[in-house]
Design a protein around this ligand. Structure first.
Ligand code: HEM
Length: 235
């Protein structure tokens, strides 16, 4: 038993083990993204926010979702902490640039700057959680729906994206970085997890790229939608 325990500790502390943790937690976080995007599509329903508000209320009161939130925090925590450890380790083993290495030729920009791009995504996430999750839960003067049953997150979100238009601009720019992050993350995961198949790997790579474009684009359309409503005079 001790042998298995030692092997396990050694494995998760090795570079490969940490890359595997990054890949698995990243793939798990992707499933959250799909659910989050699909739920947020209710913002486009032209019902004054009724469906979206009911959905947001369900998400913040359901016990099952509270449990899922704990797993989500653990997933994000593990992904971010391991990224930090790997970046620190990479810097330690390579204090000086190799004389003969030509990183500009041998690797893509995104592969070399994943730490930077990931940090921008993290900054986006912190600002995003403060803007909506934190304010929704704790802001005392959040508007209420007409019946007074629960909070009117739709109106608050619409107001934020229109009146604080710089937040919308920031969201749109952040989604470009997020797209790069997902594209490279997905490709690296296939490599780390050793998922190589002559026929299916190129297909999976294409699917990953498509996902990395469609999902951030879907999120970016949300602030764009509210801004366009404002310019069209529907606000
Ligand atoms: C414009 C695009 C987006 C909109 C309009 C949006 C909207 C929201 C809203 C309204 C909430 C709080 C209410 C709720 O839990 O449902 C929320 C929570 C959250 N969002 Fe987003 N979101 C967007 C993009 C993203 C992206 C790209 C990520 C990930 C990188 C993300 C990660 C999260 C997380 C982790 C939470 C907390 C979830 C929870 O505790 O249940 N969101 N979002």
């Amino acid at each position: 038993m001790t042998k298995v325990k030692n092997w396990f500790i050694k494995t998760i502390n090795s570079t490969l083990g940490q890359k595997m943790i990054m890949s698995i937690s990243g793939l798990f976080l992707i499933s959250f993204l799909v659910i989050h995007l699909l739920g947020n599509l209710m913002l486009f329903k032209e019902d004054g926010g009724t469906a979206f508000n009911a959905y947001a209320n369900f998400m913040s009161t359901s016990s099952l979702i509270k449990l899922v939130e704990i797993v989500l925090v653990l997933g994000f925590g593990l992904h971010i902490y391991t990224a930090w450890r790997l970046t620190k380790y990479n810097k330690q083993i390579r204090p000086q640039a190799y004389v003969y290495s030509r990183p500009d030729v041998n690797s893509s920009w995104i592969a070399r700057n994943m730490g930077f791009v990931g940090s921008i995504v993290l900054i986006f996430l912190l600002i995003h959680l403060y803007n909506f999750w934190f304010k929704y839960k704790f802001m005392a003067d959040m508007p209420m729906i007409a019946t007074g049953e629960y909070k009117d997150l739709y109106s608050f979100l619409k107001l934020t994206f229109i009146e604080e238009w710089w937040i919308s601009v920031f969201y749109i720019i952040a989604m470009i970085f997020f797209s790069l992050h997902l594209a490279h993350g997905f490709e690296s995961s296939l490599q780390t997890l050793g998922l190589y198949h002559k026929k299916y790997t190129p297909m999976l790579k294409k699917l990953g790229l498509l996902f990395a474009i469609i999902v951030p684009a879907g999120f970016a359309v949300m602030p764009l939608y509210f801004l366009s409503q404002f310019f069209l005079g529907n606000y």
